[in-house]
Structure formats: structure tokens, C-alpha cells
Write a protein that binds this ligand. Structure first.
Ligand code: FAD
Length: 380
């Protein structure tokens, strides 16, 4: 067991950190206020390999490991959780689903475009009446000759409006329950597919979240992704790795909030001394630093196991559950340590506080993670 990062991993962390500080930090509040995802950042992300982190070199990808992926997402989230969320959805959901279950032709058609940053990827599972109970979805895909006709609507889709390629799950055989759900890959602009309402969000505002509507959207049989009826089962496997990404995002956000709190505590003086001299503040800092290390270890362990081909359902959910909940605490303490200055937009504390809540909700709420973990424990 070796806890030390390799030289390459240290260089990777430094490179992504410098990029995030130079290209993202100066614009964080501007993008947040405007609820704007900066499309001109895409080629820059691509030039660093961040739009195809784990994809094979034959598609132009960086072919990095799952642990490396965590380092990238962590470093982006430390500076801007919204951009990290977009990068995680693009890599960990859309590209990952196509890479894991697409056939050779589909991979060759879509992955190079996702990797080059020509298009952003989206992934549509959730519906207005089917969130945690995603298998209760109503969107259908009906086979008509050589085509599939998709009807329905997906809610809360990251890049629903600005994504160029979307993986969408739909019921192809209602009688078979979750074994009657299939995945399709659809390009934005396909006739019958349109973006609906763009959400006005509490946090993660630079990441586009929109409804996607399908009205008699006709796609050829070549758009079926993976085997018919396997879409939901494949989705669970995609989420096993996607959740490691959200855990890494949580660790990065918590780290950013902790560093902001630490820096402020050393500078802010009350009662004639820096507030960092007060034990009440020191304990908050110590508790957060400890919890962040624990979350990082859980996250890297899940990633390490995934890199070795293990099924990580339990480890991914544990990492996502723990990391997202300690990140909420880190962001809360960050605001508290800033006092009134934590409540205003001149300091980064309030943004971490707004962004963090998504992490206990997206890719399965904390309640659903506990349910997944308990199921695993009870089946052992
Ligand atoms: C910013 C953002 C981005 C997103 N991006 C995407 C995306 O790209 N693609 C996508 O498909 N989805 C996306 N989502 C959707 C997200 O995954 C869902 O919001 C999430 O899974 C929860 O579903 P829900 O909102 O319908 O809540 P519900 O399922 O209605 O849950 C409401 C509450 O009930 C609890 N609950 C539900 N069932 C149980 C149970 N069995 N036991 C105990 N408690 C339970 C939940 O934990 C929660 O507290 C995104 C959401 C947001 C906010």
C-alpha cells in the first residue's frame, strides 16, 4: 500500500491547479452572476486533456487513470465547482457511457468530437416525476422500421441547452420494468429534440442545467447505445464511476473552502489578535482538514479499485456520501469563520456555500447512497 502520489500525479495536480488559477479564478463570480458556461474555455480545457481525461489515445484522449481523473476534478472544484461539475458530467457521464457501451462505430463517431472540445456532452436520465426512482421514467422510444421514435422530456440535464451530444435513456419495453430501458445517443439539433426551460439555480450557476424535450424525435437504429433493454443496468455502472467524480468534486470544493477559511483566519484580527489564535476557530480548521483527508482517501480508494477493474458500487457510494456531506460542513464552517464577510459576494465563502448543496443531491441523493450501501452490505 503506497499513499504517495507519483511524480506524474504531482505534475498533473500542479498543471491543473495553475490552469484553474490563471484561466478560471479571475472569472468565477462573473460566470456565476451571468449563469453562463464559458464556451471559449472548452478549447483550453481540451488542450490540457480535460475533455477526454480517461479516454484512449486513439480518440485523442489523455488515457489517464481514475485516480488521475479525481486529481483533475478536485483541482478544478477547488477554484470553481461549477466548471468542475460541467467537466465531470461531460467526461464521467456522457463520454464514459459511450466509451463503456458504444460500438466501435459510435466511439469513432462521437468520442473524438467530445475529446477535442468541439462539443460538450450531456446525459439524460432524470425526469420531472422520476428522479431517485429513475427507472420510473416515462420517456419512450418506439421502434418503427429502421428507426426509433423518442417522446418525452428529461429534467435537470447538465448541458441540456448547450450540449452537442446527449446520451438519453428511454423505455423501450414497459412490461420488462428496468430491463425494458435502453440508451440512445442523440445529437443536438436532431429533428424533434429541443432544449426546454433553463433552470435558475441556487449554486453551480456557471454550469448549464436545462430540460430537454423529445417530440417524435426520429433517430436511426444506429443510435441505440449498448444492447436494447440494458440501458438502465448500464446506467448503474456509469454511475459507479460517475459518483467517484462527484466525490472528488466534493473533496476539491471542501479543500477550496478550507483554504479560504484558513487564509482569512490568519488575516482577520479581533480582540487584538488574529481569529486563528482562538481555539474555537482552530478546532473548526483541524476538524475540516481531518475530514477532507478522510474523504480524499475514500475517494482515491474507490478510484484505485476501479483502475484495477473491480466493481465499486459500495466504495463509490461511500466516497460520494461521505465526501459530499463533509464538503457541506466545510463550506458552512468557511462562511462561519468569515463572519459577516462570509455572507457577501466579495469573498469566495458564500459561493462555496451555494455550490456545495448540489453534491448531496446530484448523481443520487445522500439518502439513495445510504440505500445503495445498505443493499450491498445486506447482500454480502
Ligand atoms: C444542478 C443539477 C444538475 C443535474 N444534472 C443531471 C444530469 O446531467 N443528468 C441527469 O439525468 N440528472 C441530473 N440531475 C438530476 C439529479 O440527479 C436528481 O435531482 C437527483 O437524482 C434527485 O432526484 P429528484 O430531484 O427528483 O429528487 P427526489 O427523487 O424527488 O427526492 C426528493 C427527496 O426524497 C428522498 N428520497 C427519494 N426516494 C427515497 C427513498 N427511497 N428513500 C429515502 N429517501 C428518498 C431524496 O433523497 C430527497 O431527499 C441534476 C440535478 C441538478 C440539481
Amino acid at each position: 500500500m503506497d499513499f504517495r502520489p507519483t511524480d506524474e500525479q504531482q505534475l498533473l495536480r500542479r498543471t491543473v491547479r495553475e490552469f484553474a488559477e490563471a484561466e478560471i479564478r479571475p472569472h468565477v463570480m462573473e460566470w456565476d452572476e451571468a449563469q453562463h458556461f464559458p464556451m471559449d474555455l472548452l478549447p483550453k480545457l481540451a488542450s490540457l486533456g480535460l475533455t477526454g481525461i480517461q479516454l484512449a489515445e486513439e480518440f485523442g484522449g489523455a488515457a489517464l487513470s481514475s485516480v488521475d481523473y479525481c486529481i483533475c476534478i478536485e483541482e478544478l472544484a477547488r477554484v470553481c465547482p461549477s466548471i468542475a461539475l460541467s467537466v465531470a458530467a461531460h467526461n464521467g457521464l456522457c463520454a464514459s457511457h459511450i466509451n463503456m457501451f458504444g460500438d466501435a462505430r459510435q466511439k469513432a463517431q462521437y468520442l473524438p468530437r467530445l475529446v477535442s472540445g468541439e462539443v460538450l456532452g450531456a446525459w439524460g436520465l432524470t425526469e420531472a416525476s422520476a428522479g431517485s426512482d429513475a427507472a420510473g421514467m416515462r420517456t419512450t422510444a418506439v421502434r418503427q422500421g429502421e428507426c426509433w421514435v423518442i417522446n418525452g422530456a428529461k429534467t435537470f440535464i447538465t448541458h441540456g441547452k448547450i450540449g452537442g451530444v446527449m446520451v438519453v435513456m428511454a423505455v423501450t419495453d414497459r412490461a420488462k420494468g428496468h430491463r425494458g430501458i435502453s440508451a440512445f445517443v442523440v445529437e443536438h439539433g436532431a429533428p424533434g429534440m429541443s432544449a426546454g426551460k433553463k433552470e435558475n439555480k441556487l449554486g453551480m450557476r456557471a454550469s448549464d442545467t436545462s430540460e430537454v424535450v423529445f417530440q417524435d424525435c426520429r433517430v436511426s437504429a444506429a443510435h441505440l447505445l449498448g444492447e436494447e433493454g440494458q440501458g438502465f443496468i448500464n446506467t448503474l455502472q456509469v454511475l459507479d464511476s460517475g459518483r467517484i467524480g462527484i466525490a472528488a468534486l466534493s473533496v476539491g470544493l471542501a479543500q477550496g473552502a478550507y483554504e479560504a477559511a484558513l487564509g482569512y483566519a490568519k488575516e482577520r484580527r479581533q480582540f487584538g489578535q488574529p481569529i486563528a489564535a482562538f481555539q474555537a476557530i482552530q478546532w473548526k480548521l483541524a476538524d475540516n482538514a481531518t475530514r477532507i483527508e478522510a474523504a480524499r482517501l475514500l475517494t482515491y480508494r474507490a478510484a484505485y479499485l476501479k483502475d484495477r477493474g473491480a466493481r465499486t458500487t459500495r466504495e463509490s457510494s461511500m466516497a460520494k456520501l461521505f465526501a459530499s456531506e463533509i464538503a457541506v460542513k466545510a463550506a458552512d464552517d468557511c462562511v462561519q469563520i468569515h463572519g459577516g464577510y462570509g455572507f457577501v459576494k466579495d469573498y469566495p465563502a458564500e459561493k462555496y456555500f451555494r455550490d456545495v448543496k448540489l453534491l448531496t443531491i446530484g448523481e443520487g441523493t445522500s439518502e439513495i447512497q445510504r440505500l445503495v450501501i445498505a443493499r450491498q452490505l445486506l447482500s454480502e
